[in-house]
Every structure is written in C-alpha cells, then in structure tokens.
Design a protein around this ligand. Structure first.
Ligand SMILES: [Zn+2]
Length: 244
C-alpha cells in the first residue's frame, strides 16, 4: 500500500508531462486555439452586431483608402462567421437585406432609431456596436469601451474591453460612459467598442495590407469577450438575462 502511494506521484508526473507536451504542440500548430480551443458559451445565444456608420456616413476618414464604416463592417462579418460557427444566432443591423455586401453603394444610411428598433425586434441577449476610433493625431492609438447605463451596460462593456486590452497590443484607454442612442435604447446589455484607432499610421497600414489579419484579430478578441460574458463562471455573479 505504502509502495503504491509512493510510486503514484511519479506516474502522475509522467502522465501530466505528456499531456502538457501534447497540449503545447497542439497550441503551436492550431492557429485559432484562442477561439476554437475554448468552450463556446455563445451557443444558442442571440447577438446583435451593429457595424458603426455606413451609407452616407463614412465614420473616420483618417486612414487613406479605408473608411471606418467599411472596416467596421469587415470586422462585423468576421465576428458574425465565428459566432455562427459556434452556434449563436447573429443579427446584423447593417445587413438587414441579407446580401452580405460591404459595398457602401448598397448600404443604407441608418439612424440610431433604425438600429435600436431593429435590434429590439430580434429580442437578442446583447448588442455589440463595432467602431474604430479616429484622431487627427496619427500617433494616437488605444482601445476604449463605452457604456450608456451603469446597471444595464457597464459590466458588459468592461468584460469585452478586458479582452481587447489584453489581446490587441495597444494602450488600454479604459471604459467610459457615453450616452449613445443605440446602446441606451436597446433593451439588454449593450456596448460600443472602439477597438483601435483606424487613424493610427501603423494600425491603418495593418488594416489595409490586404490580408485581413488585423480585422481577424479584432474580431477574435470581440468573440472572446462575448464568450466571457456568457461563460458559466460569469453567470454565478450576474446572469445576462437578469440585466434585461
Ligand atoms: Zn465610429
């Protein structure tokens, strides 16, 4: 009995080392481990994605060749695909006709009322409004989260923001209250995330390099933030449903 107990930790150690090695190798060779490797808590959730601006409103025009409205939509579509892969139902404010085009000519100019009226009609759990910040100072960069109402939105904004601040490799500009018509009038938790500054020289270069990699990184961080919000551990504190 004593011998068995003595030998057990050795075997456990070996088993653990092998498991750690296998996990390490699979993480190295599996590029989307951050997204796909974790349990999907967004499954069966209903999520509104609001890509900011559009139509006659380009948003920030401080990145030559890429309007903020277009970049927002590119990120929104990547996020939509990830969420749908994970079994979530996604409603896009700027894709109401379902044609999936990110061509501004096909895009309607939506008011805040258009956006929240549509969003509320879907009876979704949360609303995420995707924006990129803009400044005439092209050295400025950082990630900023916005919320309208404390009880309804602040915790949601901070959970999303935490992921962006951890993963996007830009300064953490914190979360602020901002009375946006879209987030304020949505029935559930809602947040605007100004993920990075599109006007920043390096950021603009990355977003227009044709690979879509930066858009993908931003979409993945937003996905991770949404997944955190719906995760089992979070429901111990506040259930997303209770905030409605
Ligand atoms: Zn914007």
């Amino acid at each position: 009995m004593l011998n068995k107990i003595k030998s057990a930790p050795g075997r456990k150690k070996t088993t653990f080392s092998i498991l750690a090695l296998v996990l390490g190798i699979s993480l190295v060779f599996y590029p989307y481990a951050i997204v796909k490797g974790q349990e999907a808590f967004v499954t069966d959730r209903k999520i509104v994605i609001d890509a900011g601006h559009g139509g006659r409103d380009p948003g920030s025009t401080q990145c030559p060749g890429l309007y903020e409205s277009v970049a927002n939509f590119q990120i929104a579509e990547l996020l939509q695909a990830m969420l749908m892969d994970a079994g979530a139902t996604v409603y896009m404010t700027r894709d109401m006709d379902g044609n999936g085009e990110d061509d501004l000519a096909d895009d309607e100019t939506l008011t805040n009322a258009d956006r929240y009226t549509y969003a509320n009609s879907t009876n979704s759990d949360v609303l995420l409004s995707i924006h990129l910040n803009g400044s005439l100072d092209h050295t400025k960069n950082g990630t900023l989260g916005l919320y309208s109402m404390w009880r309804k939105d602040k915790e949601f904004a901070s959970i999303l923001h935490e992921r962006l601040a951890d993963e996007l490799n830009v300064p953490d500009l914190g979360i602020y209250q901002f009375m946006s018509g879209v987030t304020m009038r949505f029935n559930g938790p809602a947040s605007i995330q100004e993920s990075v500054y599109i006007s920043n020289t390096e950021e603009c270069t990355a977003l227009t390099d044709g690979t879509g990699n930066r858009q993908q990184q931003i979409a993945e961080s937003l996905y991770n933030g949404l997944n955190d919000w719906f995760s089992a551990e979070r429901e111990v504190f506040i259930s997303p449903g209770q905030l409605k």
